[in-house]
Design a protein. Structure first.
Length: 345
């Protein structure tokens, strides 16, 4: 059965939201404060933020790194209470961002850069997708020869049935109850794939492991704790720079995520938030995002992913269904019914 690794935040006196804030970095030393809250790791986005700060020396940027669920809770509370908060929010859990926009928690902006985005990466001129990142299968090159790596979900199902001893307790995926991104990928899989139920059952048979965080999963693949990881974000695999970790873009279909950028309605420096958005969508920042692994150029992947296999997670009202309480409860119940929750290994 699936073993859920529980991460306990036992820091007394901290609120849930405060515990979800993972790290803070500062860029620039100007007189004008500007607060960005994001789920993107500081280490990955640092070159982009450093360059933006250099181009805007009057700004002092505070960049807070959050978990997706905590960032959503904090943003929703500030919107509800009308309290000051972030000037810009950037999250990979785009279903939560769509919910915030639909709840009138954002303010609109339009420019040549935002207008040039495809419809899948722009909604109501209040939410914009600034990255392109695939959900991949990561694997340990030492433990799994490349010709034995499943290149589709159908091949993965076959491998789990035919070689359970190889994968027993050594496949990792996101815990969808703890990770907003993991829930989004699972929800998208449940709509897209006839293999979804079979995969969950297959993972259960080999005692797969679910956890909250990309870094923990990738580290586990690199050190041999896991042979393989399913539906992990490709940008984090690329940035880990682990020579023993390879990744596959599933050939049946690959989910493609664009992190959602929002200017909260209470932003004190909405003008700077708009300036940062235009910069992120511009050619210089996009080159830096490619170098950071946050933008994947599909035709440059090896081998290139077929156009028919690309499934963009569109920023649209359809994602509100993922936040629907009944749908969410059903998916989480399916998850818990299929897998037994265990304590620490």
């Amino acid at each position: 059965m699936l073993r859920l690794l529980l991460v306990v935040l036992a820091l007394s006196g901290l609120s849930h939201a405060a515990a979800a804030q993972e790290m803070t970095a500062r860029f620039g030393s100007g007189a004008t404060p500007f607060l960005v809250r994001s789920t993107t790791d500081v280490a990955i986005i640092r070159p982009v933020m450093e360059r933006f700060a250099a181009l805007n020396p009057e700004i002092a940027i505070t960049y807070e790194q959050w978990g997706s669920n905590g960032l959503f809770d904090q943003s929703r509370a500030e919107c509800r209470d009308g309290t000051p908060g972030a000037d810009a929010v950037l999250s990979s859990a785009v279903q939560q961002m769509v919910w915030l926009v639909n709840a009138a928690c954002a303010q609109p902006y339009r420019s040549a850069e935002t207008a040039a985005l495809p419809a899948t990466r722009r909604w109501r001129d209040e939410l914009w997708g600034v990255t392109i990142e695939p959900a991949v299968i990561a694997y340990n090159k030492r433990l799994l020869p490349v010709d034995e790596v499943p290149r589709s979900r159908f091949a993965l199902l076959d491998a789990l049935r035919e070689r359970p001893q190889v994968f027993h307790n050594r496949i990792a995926t996101y815990d969808i109850a703890e990770s907003g991104l993991g829930f989004l990928f699972a929800y998208s899989d449940s709509l897209e794939a006839t293999t979804f139920g079979g995969l969950l059952e297959g993972f259960a048979r080999v005692d797969a492991v679910a956890t909250c965080c990309s870094a923990e999963i990738i580290s586990g693949v690199a050190n041999g704790r896991y042979v393989m990881a399913y539906n992990v974000l490709g940008s984090y695999v690329a940035n880990a720079n682990e020579p023993d970790v390879g990744m596959i873009l599933p050939e049946d279909y690959t989910l493609l995520l664009s992190r959602g950028y929002m200017i909260p309605k209470g932003a004190a420096r909405a003008d700077i938030a708009a300036r940062l958005l235009d910069y992120l969508l511009g050619p210089e920042a996009q080159r830096l995002l490619v170098q950071a692994g946050l933008v994947t150029e599909m035709d440059d992947t090896e081998p290139a992913l077929a156009v028919s296999a690309r499934r963009y997670i569109a920023l649209s009202p359809t994602l509100l269904v993922a936040r629907d309480a009944n749908r969410r409860t059903l998916l989480l119940q399916f998850w818990s019914d299929t897998f037994r929750q265990a304590a620490f290994p």
